[in-house]
Design a protein around this ligand. Structure first.
Ligand code: HGY
Ligand code: MN
Ligand code: MN
Length: 418
């Protein structure tokens, strides 16, 4: 006889704490980069917990990890919930992990209550959402949505030099209990719980964000090339110094793009000089540009502005410039029927919610191309994320998981479908 499923708060909090130890950093964050030893350890822990509960575990050829709890109609496309387990190098212990572990808690709550769902419910941990060790981000969800293929990225080198194909093979082999199945199976809908990674919910004291859309993202890599020369003997007029060009270009972009448009985001997160010797004028300087905007045309215009500015600065400093695009994520909107379902769940639980657009990209952006999709946000302290100080209160974690469970009940319990 089934009873009302409930989130087991202590179990969820303990689970988040357990996974926070995998790749834990001294400052209280995690370093669990995609397809790393730490990523494999987290995958193993989740898979072992799933198998212990009698769920089935499988993965696809880009190592997206799936945990399946069977439903009554086994032929129906499953409801998919989840997020990612990989992190930034100095990431927080909630980004991705909270959504994945809350989804697993939902499966356990359904099992504890003896609920038979109409369709299977699957938890997914998508591969390489962050895109830090291997660019682009969202590789797993892009491959799942047919936007890219594993072979497109197989030869990609990590920031630490490891080739993706090798790390992928090692990751797949490290979890033989997760049978590899063809990529991109049909799903009925996808719901991703995630921390907001911004300050709005906390500032407004609203416990749940109902995400209606995700803004667009472009990643560019800019390389200025000059002539390596001696730092002590080379007068200004003889220099072709790519560091001067890079500094001028970055300063110009940072003083023009965001001040001109409060919705625009431009970030130079990584810069490197070759040969990188203290007393050598560099041969080349490479830096990344992360551009974001909710409007696709404006995003394209900023992209063009970056290219034109870097080209003009290269000419002024007598340096060659090459600009390559590493990521192009067009803005995406989620399904109104799904956001309504999340709002209904919040109302049923007596939780305040507010609609919002995500400033961060997420796996849900790509999965939304396949099936009705939406996201649930919970607040994080001071809106800080991609930082070891990232923090979410127990209350907000539990509320988020309860909303996710309520949404799953309405989407997968017998008699109610999207
Ligand atoms: O960069 C992003 O928006 C995501 O958090 N990885
Ligand atoms: Mn994330
Ligand atoms: Mn992230």
């Amino acid at each position: 006889m089934s009873k009302q499923p409930e989130v087991d708060a202590d179990r969820l909090l303990a689970s988040v704490a357990d996974f926070a130890t995998i790749g834990a950093t001294p400052a209280g964050g995690v370093n669990r980069q995609a397809l790393s030893l730490e990523d494999r350890a987290a995958r193993r822990l989740l898979a072992e917990r799933a198998l212990a509960r009698g769920f089935t575990v499988f993965q696809d050829d880009i190592a997206n990890l799936f945990i399946r709890r069977e439903g009554r109609a086994t032929a129906l496309p499953p409801l998919l919930i989840g997020s990612h387990l990989d992190s930034q190098p100095t990431g927080g212990r909630f980004d991705g992990a909270l959504g994945t572990l809350s989804a697993f808690e939902v499966l356990e709550a359904l099992a504890d209550a003896g609920i038979e769902t109409e369709r299977a419910v699957e938890v997914v941990a998508f591969t390489n959402e962050e895109g830090s060790r291997y660019s682009p981000g969202c590789m797993g969800s892009m491959a799942f949505a047919g936007v890219g293929t594993t072979s497109d990225w197989a030869s990609t080198l990590a920031t630490d030099g490891a080739q993706l194909a090798d790390e992928l093979a090692t990751t797949l082999a490290a979890l033989p209990e997760a049978v590899v199945r063809p990529i991109g199976h049909a799903i009925s809908a996808f719901v991703e719980l995630h921390i907001e990674q911004g300050p709005i919910l906390e500032q407004e004291d609203v416990p749940i964000g109902v995400v209606t859309a995700v803004q667009g993202t472009k990643w560019l890599e800019v390389v200025f090339s000059g002539v390596a020369a001696h730092a002590g003997t080379t007068p200004l007029e003889f220099r072709k110094d790519p560091m001067s060009a890079a500094a001028a270009a970055i300063a110009s972009l940072q003083s023009s793009v965001m001040p001109a448009d409060p919705e625009a985001r431009l970030t130079v997160g990584r810069i490197a000089a070759e040969p990188g010797s203290i007393n050598v004028i560099p041969r080349s300087v490479t830096f990344t540009v992360d551009i974001r905007h909710p409007d696709a045309a404006t995003l394209a215009a900023i992209d063009q502005q970056v290219r034109e500015e870097c080209t003009a600065v290269g000419a002024r400093w007598n340096c060659d410039v090459t600009i390559s695009q590493r990521v192009d994520m067009t803005p995406g909107r989620f399904s109104p029927s799904m956001t309504e379902t999340i709002e209904e769940a919040c109302n049923a639980l007596g939780l305040k919610s507010r609609q919002m657009v995500s400033g961060a990209f997420h796996d849900a952006l790509f999965v939304s191309r396949l099936a009705p999709t939406a996201m649930i946000f919970v607040p994080c302290r001071n809106g800080i994320s991609h930082n070891e100080a990232e923090f979410v209160t127990d209350t907000h974690m539990i509320s988020g998981a309860r909303v996710l469970l309520k949404v799953v009940e309405s989407l997968a319990i017998i008699g109610q479908t999207v």
